[in-house]
Write a protein that binds this ligand. Structure first.
Ligand code: SF4
Length: 360
């Protein structure tokens, strides 16, 4: 790895004369000189833990914000998405595994300083930048510097993350974020341990932290995998927990799995499973439950919880009928919808546009 892309980090401590522990995520990797962590992008170099991929990216794309997915954050706007390499979980169903599991620097073909990135987002007329494709937890120093540069230009920052992070770095990280989509991958420790190589409890702590101790707008995504995390009982427990600990207004997205990476033996998620999950979560009192990765105009649309009017018609990432005021109040009854609304909806549509930063 090129020393030009090394960056100092703060969250680590010596375990003994030889080993340093990285304190960014609950994996707590203990590393000898020259060793890399499980995420492969943080390593013990020169007597401290360094981030080894600062300023490098696996690619840039302009996406609809609905693709993150975020349905209550500047709807219809475009977001400049990018990722780096590496991840601190090992989900067998990973749909970005060529990036998240990459140990090759050649996937990091694009390079960009935080200022270049923020200027590119402004030039491309994106309302926000998203740290996505792989989990920004593992490249938090780069993500924070990008977010700071963006904030100075009036561009917001979005983290797409599994929320598997320790308390202290989490506090610093989310101080710089405006929105997040957090994966709640299942609702059993068995699923997290067996399928993702992690733990559920730290993720629940991140969700409670976001809800009760920050102003960050966040939504939750659960990818339903047939036979693994899609039973009525598990969906019931998950959505009841969201209702009780986070309240009715945190949007929950149930999305469809397709066979990938180390999980090609499972079938795609039937649309009926997503609809069933949505019904269970709504019965538990959640106001905004969505289905994703399928055409489902009902499950993709937003309804006013006060008068049941459909206030945002949505099919996949495309917006249709819009019945909200510029600040996000229902035009039928005046109830305020939770989220971040800023004027008219954007018109980016479902386009996905890869970009080379050098050409922007
Ligand atoms: S961030 Fe990477 S190096 Fe640090 S504890 Fe997590 S997996 Fe290990």
């Amino acid at each position: 790895m090129n020393a030009a892309f090394e960056h100092d980090t703060r969250y680590w401590h010596w375990v003994d004369a030889e080993r340093i522990q990285c304190d960014v995520c609950p994996r707590a990797c203990k590393l000898r000189p020259g060793q890399r962590g499980m995420c492969f992008v943080r390593g013990h170099e020169g007597g401290s833990i360094k981030l080894l991929t600062y300023g490098r990216s696996s690619g840039f794309c302009v996406d609809p914000i609905e693709k993150k997915p975020l349905n209550h954050f500047l709807p219809g706007s475009s977001v400049l998405s990018f990722g780096t390499a590496g991840c601190n979980l090992a989900c067998k169903f990973c749909q970005n595994w060529s990036i998240s599991k990459s140990r090759e620097v050649d996937t990091l073909a694009d390079r960009a300083s935080p200022l270049e990135l923020a200027r590119a987002a402004r030039h491309l007329e994106c309302a926000s930048v998203a740290f996505t494709y792989n989990d920004p937890v593992v490249f938090m120093e780069y993500a924070i510097d990008v977010a700071q540069a963006c904030r100075e230009l009036g561009i917001r920052s979005v983290a797409v993350t599994a929320g598997y992070m320790c308390r202290e770095p989490r506090t610093e990280f989310y101080r710089h974020m405006d929105a997040a989509n957090v994966d709640l991958k299942g609702f059993t420790e068995r699923f997290y341990y067996k399928i993702c190589g992690g733990e559920l409890q730290p993720v629940l702590e991140t969700l409670e932290y976001l809800r009760h101790e920050t102003q960050v707008w966040f939504e939750i995504t659960t990818l339903l995998i047939p036979g693994e995390n899609d039973s009525d009982a598990e969906i019931d427990r998950l959505s009841a927990w969201v209702m009780e600990r986070l309240g009715p207004d945190v949007p929950l997205h149930f999305t469809a799995f397709h066979p990938d990476w180390k999980m090609t033996d499972k079938p795609r998620t039937p649309a009926a499973t997503l609809t069933r999950a949505r019904e269970i979560a709504r019965r538990n009192g959640l106001h905004f439950v969505y289905t994703g990765n399928v055409h489902d105009a009902d499950g993709g649309s937003t309804y006013c919880p006060a008068c049941s009017e459909r206030v945002i018609e949505r099919d996949w990432y495309e917006l249709g009928d819009w019945r909200l005021t510029p600040r996000g109040a229902c035009t039928a009854c005046g109830a305020q919808l939770p989220g971040v609304f800023d004027g008219k909806p954007g018109s980016w549509g479902r386009n996905r546009r890869p970009v080379r930063l050098a050409s922007v």
